[in-house]
Write a new protein. Structure first.
Ligand code: GAF
Length: 376
Protein backbone atom coordinates (compact mmCIF):
# COMPACT_ATOMS: atom_id res chain seq x y z
CA UNK A 1 0.00 0.00 0.00
CA UNK A 2 1.53 3.30 -1.09
CA UNK A 3 2.26 6.09 1.34
CA UNK A 4 1.62 9.77 0.68
CA UNK A 5 5.37 10.29 0.21
CA UNK A 6 5.62 7.46 -2.33
CA UNK A 7 2.65 8.76 -4.29
CA UNK A 8 3.48 12.44 -4.29
CA UNK A 9 7.22 12.67 -3.53
CA UNK A 10 6.68 14.82 -0.43
CA UNK A 11 5.22 14.59 3.06
CA UNK A 12 1.64 15.75 3.76
CA UNK A 13 1.10 18.99 5.68
CA UNK A 14 -1.36 17.24 7.98
CA UNK A 15 -4.14 14.77 8.44
CA UNK A 16 -7.86 15.55 8.86
CA UNK A 17 -10.83 13.36 9.78
CA UNK A 18 -14.49 13.70 8.84
CA UNK A 19 -16.92 11.47 10.75
CA UNK A 20 -19.84 9.56 9.33
CA UNK A 21 -23.26 10.10 10.87
CA UNK A 22 -26.23 8.32 12.32
CA UNK A 23 -29.58 10.07 12.13
CA UNK A 24 -31.49 9.51 15.37
CA UNK A 25 -34.79 10.68 13.84
CA UNK A 26 -36.07 13.06 11.16
CA UNK A 27 -35.58 10.99 8.02
CA UNK A 28 -36.19 12.21 4.49
CA UNK A 29 -37.23 15.65 5.68
CA UNK A 30 -33.98 17.60 5.20
CA UNK A 31 -34.97 18.45 1.61
CA UNK A 32 -38.49 19.38 2.74
CA UNK A 33 -37.83 22.31 5.07
CA UNK A 34 -38.02 19.87 7.99
CA UNK A 35 -36.18 19.12 11.23
CA UNK A 36 -33.69 16.30 11.73
CA UNK A 37 -31.57 15.06 14.62
CA UNK A 38 -28.35 13.39 13.46
CA UNK A 39 -25.03 12.97 15.25
CA UNK A 40 -21.41 12.39 14.25
CA UNK A 41 -20.09 8.87 14.90
CA UNK A 42 -16.69 7.47 15.75
CA UNK A 43 -16.17 5.94 12.29
CA UNK A 44 -14.33 8.50 10.22
CA UNK A 45 -12.79 9.13 6.85
CA UNK A 46 -9.20 10.31 7.14
CA UNK A 47 -7.37 12.35 4.50
CA UNK A 48 -3.68 13.25 4.33
CA UNK A 49 -3.28 16.51 2.48
CA UNK A 50 -0.48 18.70 1.18
CA UNK A 51 -1.00 22.26 -0.02
CA UNK A 52 0.22 23.12 -3.50
CA UNK A 53 1.28 26.52 -4.79
CA UNK A 54 -0.50 26.01 -8.10
CA UNK A 55 -4.07 24.96 -8.90
CA UNK A 56 -3.41 21.29 -9.63
CA UNK A 57 -5.25 18.48 -7.88
CA UNK A 58 -3.78 15.03 -7.31
CA UNK A 59 -6.28 12.83 -5.49
CA UNK A 60 -5.77 9.19 -4.48
CA UNK A 61 -7.39 6.64 -2.16
CA UNK A 62 -5.91 3.61 -0.44
CA UNK A 63 -9.15 1.65 -0.73
CA UNK A 64 -10.89 2.96 -3.83
CA UNK A 65 -10.04 2.74 -7.50
CA UNK A 66 -9.86 5.92 -9.49
CA UNK A 67 -8.70 9.33 -8.38
CA UNK A 68 -7.91 12.50 -10.23
CA UNK A 69 -5.02 14.34 -11.81
CA UNK A 70 -6.20 17.66 -13.12
CA UNK A 71 -6.63 21.34 -12.54
CA UNK A 72 -9.15 23.16 -10.37
CA UNK A 73 -10.20 25.12 -13.44
CA UNK A 74 -11.51 21.88 -14.99
CA UNK A 75 -13.74 20.98 -12.03
CA UNK A 76 -17.46 21.57 -12.47
CA UNK A 77 -20.81 19.80 -12.73
CA UNK A 78 -20.11 16.12 -13.43
CA UNK A 79 -16.30 16.57 -13.38
CA UNK A 80 -14.39 14.70 -12.07
CA UNK A 81 -16.42 11.51 -11.83
CA UNK A 82 -16.37 9.01 -8.96
CA UNK A 83 -15.27 9.67 -5.40
CA UNK A 84 -12.81 12.38 -6.51
CA UNK A 85 -15.82 14.57 -7.35
CA UNK A 86 -16.62 14.90 -3.65
CA UNK A 87 -13.17 16.30 -2.87
CA UNK A 88 -12.66 18.41 -5.98
CA UNK A 89 -16.25 19.62 -5.63
CA UNK A 90 -15.59 21.03 -2.17
CA UNK A 91 -12.63 23.07 -3.43
CA UNK A 92 -14.69 24.23 -6.41
CA UNK A 93 -17.59 25.26 -4.14
CA UNK A 94 -15.29 27.21 -1.82
CA UNK A 95 -13.86 29.09 -4.80
CA UNK A 96 -17.37 29.73 -6.12
CA UNK A 97 -18.15 31.22 -2.69
CA UNK A 98 -15.21 33.60 -3.09
CA UNK A 99 -12.56 31.85 -0.97
CA UNK A 100 -8.95 31.79 -2.21
CA UNK A 101 -8.33 28.06 -2.41
CA UNK A 102 -5.59 26.48 -4.55
CA UNK A 103 -4.49 22.98 -5.47
CA UNK A 104 -3.79 20.04 -3.16
CA UNK A 105 -2.32 16.56 -3.07
CA UNK A 106 -4.65 14.28 -1.10
CA UNK A 107 -4.65 10.64 -0.05
CA UNK A 108 -7.69 9.00 1.56
CA UNK A 109 -6.21 6.59 4.11
CA UNK A 110 -9.30 5.37 6.00
CA UNK A 111 -12.97 5.54 5.20
CA UNK A 112 -16.38 5.17 6.75
CA UNK A 113 -17.67 1.88 5.27
CA UNK A 114 -19.07 2.64 1.80
CA UNK A 115 -22.75 1.87 1.28
CA UNK A 116 -23.35 1.40 4.99
CA UNK A 117 -25.81 4.29 5.08
CA UNK A 118 -23.50 6.14 7.47
CA UNK A 119 -22.62 8.79 4.91
CA UNK A 120 -19.11 8.06 3.73
CA UNK A 121 -19.57 10.78 1.11
CA UNK A 122 -20.21 13.55 3.66
CA UNK A 123 -17.32 12.24 5.79
CA UNK A 124 -14.98 12.63 2.82
CA UNK A 125 -16.32 16.06 1.86
CA UNK A 126 -16.06 17.38 5.40
CA UNK A 127 -12.55 16.05 6.04
CA UNK A 128 -11.41 17.65 2.78
CA UNK A 129 -13.22 20.91 3.57
CA UNK A 130 -11.54 21.24 6.94
CA UNK A 131 -8.15 20.49 5.37
CA UNK A 132 -8.70 23.23 2.78
CA UNK A 133 -9.81 25.61 5.52
CA UNK A 134 -6.61 25.00 7.50
CA UNK A 135 -4.17 24.91 4.59
CA UNK A 136 -5.47 28.03 2.86
CA UNK A 137 -6.11 29.96 6.09
CA UNK A 138 -9.84 30.53 5.50
CA UNK A 139 -10.56 30.76 9.24
CA UNK A 140 -13.89 28.94 9.01
CA UNK A 141 -13.27 25.77 11.04
CA UNK A 142 -13.04 27.47 14.44
CA UNK A 143 -16.62 28.69 14.81
CA UNK A 144 -20.13 27.35 14.31
CA UNK A 145 -20.88 30.06 11.75
CA UNK A 146 -17.69 29.30 9.84
CA UNK A 147 -18.42 25.60 9.89
CA UNK A 148 -21.89 26.31 8.54
CA UNK A 149 -20.18 27.94 5.55
CA UNK A 150 -18.13 24.75 5.10
CA UNK A 151 -21.36 22.69 5.34
CA UNK A 152 -22.82 24.75 2.50
CA UNK A 153 -19.72 24.18 0.36
CA UNK A 154 -19.83 20.42 0.99
CA UNK A 155 -23.50 20.34 0.09
CA UNK A 156 -22.86 22.25 -3.15
CA UNK A 157 -20.12 19.76 -4.02
CA UNK A 158 -22.61 16.94 -3.67
CA UNK A 159 -25.54 18.70 -5.37
CA UNK A 160 -23.75 20.55 -8.15
CA UNK A 161 -20.54 18.63 -8.91
CA UNK A 162 -21.47 15.03 -8.03
CA UNK A 163 -25.09 15.65 -9.02
CA UNK A 164 -26.81 13.98 -6.04
CA UNK A 165 -29.82 16.06 -4.97
CA UNK A 166 -29.44 15.31 -1.25
CA UNK A 167 -30.32 17.63 1.63
CA UNK A 168 -27.69 19.03 3.99
CA UNK A 169 -28.16 16.78 7.03
CA UNK A 170 -25.11 14.58 6.60
CA UNK A 171 -22.65 17.43 6.11
CA UNK A 172 -24.08 19.34 9.09
CA UNK A 173 -23.69 16.28 11.34
CA UNK A 174 -20.12 15.65 10.21
CA UNK A 175 -18.94 19.25 10.67
CA UNK A 176 -21.10 20.42 13.59
CA UNK A 177 -21.56 17.25 15.66
CA UNK A 178 -20.20 17.15 19.22
CA UNK A 179 -19.75 14.32 21.74
CA UNK A 180 -22.71 13.82 24.05
CA UNK A 181 -25.19 15.55 21.74
CA UNK A 182 -27.38 15.06 18.73
CA UNK A 183 -27.60 18.03 16.38
CA UNK A 184 -31.04 19.53 15.88
CA UNK A 185 -30.91 20.89 12.34
CA UNK A 186 -33.74 23.09 11.12
CA UNK A 187 -33.43 22.98 7.35
CA UNK A 188 -35.81 25.94 6.98
CA UNK A 189 -33.01 28.34 7.94
CA UNK A 190 -30.13 25.86 8.53
CA UNK A 191 -29.99 26.84 12.20
CA UNK A 192 -28.67 24.22 14.62
CA UNK A 193 -28.82 23.41 18.31
CA UNK A 194 -26.96 20.79 20.36
CA UNK A 195 -29.44 18.49 22.14
CA UNK A 196 -28.16 16.26 24.96
CA UNK A 197 -28.00 12.62 23.84
CA UNK A 198 -25.88 10.30 25.99
CA UNK A 199 -27.46 6.83 26.03
CA UNK A 200 -24.83 5.40 28.41
CA UNK A 201 -25.85 7.87 31.13
CA UNK A 202 -29.34 6.37 30.97
CA UNK A 203 -28.09 2.76 31.08
CA UNK A 204 -28.73 2.38 27.34
CA UNK A 205 -26.75 1.61 24.21
CA UNK A 206 -27.52 2.60 20.64
CA UNK A 207 -26.65 -0.26 18.30
CA UNK A 208 -25.96 0.37 14.62
CA UNK A 209 -26.86 -2.61 12.48
CA UNK A 210 -25.24 -2.43 9.04
CA UNK A 211 -27.28 -4.81 6.88
CA UNK A 212 -24.48 -4.78 4.26
CA UNK A 213 -27.07 -4.52 1.52
CA UNK A 214 -27.45 -1.68 -0.93
CA UNK A 215 -30.28 -1.88 -3.42
CA UNK A 216 -29.37 -0.57 -6.85
CA UNK A 217 -32.53 1.51 -7.35
CA UNK A 218 -31.77 3.67 -4.29
CA UNK A 219 -30.59 6.80 -6.12
CA UNK A 220 -33.56 6.96 -8.52
CA UNK A 221 -35.97 6.35 -5.68
CA UNK A 222 -34.41 9.14 -3.61
CA UNK A 223 -35.02 11.63 -6.42
CA UNK A 224 -38.56 10.33 -6.90
CA UNK A 225 -39.40 10.82 -3.21
CA UNK A 226 -38.04 14.33 -3.26
CA UNK A 227 -40.08 15.15 -6.36
CA UNK A 228 -43.26 13.76 -4.75
CA UNK A 229 -42.83 15.89 -1.65
CA UNK A 230 -42.25 19.02 -3.74
CA UNK A 231 -45.30 18.21 -5.87
CA UNK A 232 -47.43 17.66 -2.76
CA UNK A 233 -46.45 21.08 -1.39
CA UNK A 234 -47.13 22.74 -4.75
CA UNK A 235 -50.53 21.03 -5.01
CA UNK A 236 -51.46 22.43 -1.62
CA UNK A 237 -50.17 25.87 -2.58
CA UNK A 238 -47.59 25.86 0.21
CA UNK A 239 -43.85 26.62 0.03
CA UNK A 240 -43.25 23.33 1.87
CA UNK A 241 -45.05 20.77 4.05
CA UNK A 242 -43.27 22.03 7.14
CA UNK A 243 -46.25 23.69 8.78
CA UNK A 244 -48.98 21.52 7.27
CA UNK A 245 -51.18 19.41 9.55
CA UNK A 246 -52.66 16.04 8.64
CA UNK A 247 -56.03 17.70 7.96
CA UNK A 248 -54.41 19.89 5.32
CA UNK A 249 -53.40 16.87 3.24
CA UNK A 250 -56.92 15.79 2.29
CA UNK A 251 -56.66 17.43 -1.14
CA UNK A 252 -53.79 15.16 -2.19
CA UNK A 253 -54.26 12.12 -4.42
CA UNK A 254 -53.57 8.57 -3.28
CA UNK A 255 -49.98 8.65 -4.58
CA UNK A 256 -48.92 11.87 -2.88
CA UNK A 257 -50.89 11.56 0.35
CA UNK A 258 -48.75 8.88 2.06
CA UNK A 259 -45.50 10.62 1.05
CA UNK A 260 -46.72 13.92 2.49
CA UNK A 261 -48.08 12.18 5.59
CA UNK A 262 -44.61 10.78 6.29
CA UNK A 263 -43.04 14.23 6.11
CA UNK A 264 -45.67 15.85 8.33
CA UNK A 265 -45.65 13.11 10.99
CA UNK A 266 -41.85 12.74 10.95
CA UNK A 267 -41.31 16.44 11.63
CA UNK A 268 -43.74 16.13 14.58
CA UNK A 269 -41.81 13.10 15.86
CA UNK A 270 -38.56 15.09 15.82
CA UNK A 271 -40.17 17.80 17.92
CA UNK A 272 -41.43 15.19 20.40
CA UNK A 273 -38.05 13.47 20.56
CA UNK A 274 -36.25 16.75 21.23
CA UNK A 275 -38.74 17.62 23.97
CA UNK A 276 -38.10 14.28 25.69
CA UNK A 277 -34.32 14.59 25.39
CA UNK A 278 -34.36 18.17 26.70
CA UNK A 279 -36.40 16.86 29.61
CA UNK A 280 -33.91 14.07 30.44
CA UNK A 281 -36.38 11.36 29.35
CA UNK A 282 -34.20 9.56 26.80
CA UNK A 283 -35.56 6.03 27.53
CA UNK A 284 -39.01 7.21 26.41
CA UNK A 285 -38.04 7.91 22.79
CA UNK A 286 -38.32 4.23 21.77
CA UNK A 287 -41.92 4.38 20.47
CA UNK A 288 -41.03 7.43 18.36
CA UNK A 289 -38.20 5.47 16.72
CA UNK A 290 -40.62 2.62 16.00
CA UNK A 291 -43.23 4.98 14.56
CA UNK A 292 -40.59 6.63 12.37
CA UNK A 293 -39.65 3.25 10.92
CA UNK A 294 -43.28 2.30 10.32
CA UNK A 295 -43.83 5.57 8.46
CA UNK A 296 -40.66 5.17 6.35
CA UNK A 297 -41.59 1.58 5.51
CA UNK A 298 -45.33 2.06 4.95
CA UNK A 299 -45.95 5.63 3.81
CA UNK A 300 -42.60 6.55 2.34
CA UNK A 301 -41.57 3.09 1.07
CA UNK A 302 -37.82 3.53 1.50
CA UNK A 303 -37.16 0.54 3.75
CA UNK A 304 -36.40 -3.00 2.59
CA UNK A 305 -36.72 -6.52 3.89
CA UNK A 306 -33.35 -6.53 5.63
CA UNK A 307 -33.94 -3.21 7.41
CA UNK A 308 -37.39 -4.35 8.54
CA UNK A 309 -35.91 -7.62 9.80
CA UNK A 310 -33.16 -5.80 11.71
CA UNK A 311 -35.74 -3.62 13.49
CA UNK A 312 -38.25 -6.38 14.18
CA UNK A 313 -35.69 -8.85 15.52
CA UNK A 314 -34.06 -6.16 17.69
CA UNK A 315 -37.42 -5.20 19.21
CA UNK A 316 -38.38 -8.81 19.81
CA UNK A 317 -35.13 -9.30 21.76
CA UNK A 318 -35.68 -6.29 24.01
CA UNK A 319 -34.85 -3.10 22.09
CA UNK A 320 -36.88 -0.10 23.33
CA UNK A 321 -37.15 1.15 19.76
CA UNK A 322 -35.57 0.62 16.35
CA UNK A 323 -35.60 2.27 12.93
CA UNK A 324 -33.74 2.48 9.67
CA UNK A 325 -31.32 5.42 9.50
CA UNK A 326 -30.22 7.36 6.43
CA UNK A 327 -31.58 7.16 2.93
CA UNK A 328 -32.79 3.55 3.13
CA UNK A 329 -33.03 0.75 0.54
CA UNK A 330 -30.30 -1.01 2.53
CA UNK A 331 -27.60 0.47 4.69
CA UNK A 332 -28.06 0.62 8.46
CA UNK A 333 -30.69 0.47 11.18
CA UNK A 334 -30.39 1.67 14.78
CA UNK A 335 -31.75 0.05 17.93
CA UNK A 336 -31.94 1.61 21.40
CA UNK A 337 -31.32 -1.13 23.96
CA UNK A 338 -30.67 -1.46 27.69
CA UNK A 339 -26.93 -2.01 28.17
CA UNK A 340 -27.47 -5.42 29.73
CA UNK A 341 -29.52 -6.54 26.70
CA UNK A 342 -27.08 -5.31 24.03
CA UNK A 343 -25.33 -8.64 23.43
CA UNK A 344 -28.61 -10.57 23.42
CA UNK A 345 -30.17 -8.15 20.93
CA UNK A 346 -27.13 -8.30 18.64
CA UNK A 347 -27.14 -12.11 18.80
CA UNK A 348 -30.87 -12.23 18.03
CA UNK A 349 -30.47 -9.96 15.00
CA UNK A 350 -27.58 -12.08 13.68
CA UNK A 351 -29.62 -15.23 14.21
CA UNK A 352 -32.61 -13.75 12.36
CA UNK A 353 -30.37 -12.78 9.42
CA UNK A 354 -28.80 -16.27 9.33
CA UNK A 355 -32.21 -17.88 9.41
CA UNK A 356 -33.43 -15.67 6.56
CA UNK A 357 -30.37 -16.51 4.46
CA UNK A 358 -28.99 -12.94 4.60
CA UNK A 359 -25.37 -11.83 4.94
CA UNK A 360 -24.19 -11.44 8.51
CA UNK A 361 -24.81 -7.83 9.55
CA UNK A 362 -22.12 -5.73 11.19
CA UNK A 363 -23.40 -4.63 14.61
CA UNK A 364 -21.67 -2.17 16.89
CA UNK A 365 -22.52 0.24 19.68
CA UNK A 366 -22.30 3.90 18.78
CA UNK A 367 -22.56 7.27 20.50
CA UNK A 368 -22.23 10.89 19.48
CA UNK A 369 -18.59 11.76 18.73
CA UNK A 370 -16.61 14.85 17.74
CA UNK A 371 -17.20 16.52 14.39
CA UNK A 372 -14.55 16.90 11.70
CA UNK A 373 -11.12 17.77 13.09
CA UNK A 374 -7.41 17.90 12.38
CA UNK A 375 -5.80 14.74 13.75
CA UNK A 376 -2.12 15.30 12.93
C1 GAF B 1 -29.29 10.73 2.58
C2 GAF B 1 -29.15 12.19 2.17
F1 GAF B 1 -27.86 12.46 1.81
C3 GAF B 1 -29.58 13.12 3.30
O1 GAF B 1 -29.53 14.45 2.85
C4 GAF B 1 -30.97 12.75 3.81
O2 GAF B 1 -31.96 13.17 2.89
C5 GAF B 1 -31.08 11.25 4.08
O3 GAF B 1 -30.65 10.48 2.98
C6 GAF B 1 -32.49 10.85 4.43
O4 GAF B 1 -32.90 11.45 5.61
O5 GAF B 1 -28.41 10.43 3.61
Amino acid sequence: MSTFAELFGREPDGRWAGPGRVNLIGEHVDYADGLCLPFAIAQRTVVEVGRRDDTRLRLRSRSEEGGYDGDLADVGPGRPEGWAGYVAGVLWALREAGYAVGGIDLLVTDTVPLGSGLSSSAALECGAALAADDLFGLGLGGSTGGRQTLVAACRRAENDVVGAQTGGMDQAASLLGTAGHALLLDTHDDSTRQVPFAPADAGLTLLVIDTKVRHSHADNQYGARRASVEKAAATLGRPSLRDAGLDDLAALDADLLPRARHVVTEIARVRETVALLDDGRLPEIGPLLDASHASLAGDYEVSCLELDLACESARAAGALGARMTGGGFGGSAIALVPVDRADAVADAVRAAFAEGGHREPDIRATEPSAGAERVA
